[in-house]
Design a protein around this ligand. Sequence first.
Ligand code: ZN
Length: 173
Amino acid sequence: MAILKVRRYGDPTLRRRADSVGEITPETRRIVADMMETMYDEAGIGLAAPQIGVSVRLIVISDESREARALVNPVIAEHGGEATAEEGCLSIPGVFAQVTRSAWARVEATDLEGRPVSILGRGLLARVLQHELDHLDGVLFIDRLDPVARDRIKRKIKKEGLPEDAPHRAFAL
Ligand code: ZN
C-alpha cells in the first residue's frame, strides 16, 4: 500500500467523467488499498479515485462507527430532502463553504467481491456519498455554490493559490 498525492484543484483528472469499473482485478484492489491509506493519512472521511489521478468510478468512505469501505460503480438510486452544511474537499485545501444537498441518499454499488450493496445515507454520510459521487462526474463542491460565492472562491484561489499545508478540519472529502 502507498500514500498517494491527492490531486488538487486545477488538475484535469478532477474534471473528467470517470469510467466504469469493469472486472475487479488485483489492480482494482491495490487502488482501493492506496485510496484507504491516503484517506486516513489526510484525515479524510471519503475519497474518490479521480482525486488520486485514477479516472474510474470507485470511492472509499469511512464513518466513525465502521471500517472504511469501497464502493464500485456507485449510483444514487434515491434521494430527498434538503440540508445545508459546511463542506471542504481534500483537493481544494483550505476552502470551506456551506453547500446545500439532498438530506438523504440511497446509493447502490457493488463491493470488491462484486456483490451488490445498498447504503442509505443520512446526515453526514448522505453528504459524503453525494460529494464523492460528484467527483466521479468531474464535479467539485464549489460548483454547487451560488455564482457569487463560487466566483469569490475562484478569485481567491487564483490570487493566493492553495495552501501547501492546510489545517485539517472535520469535513474534508
Ligand atoms: Zn472532494
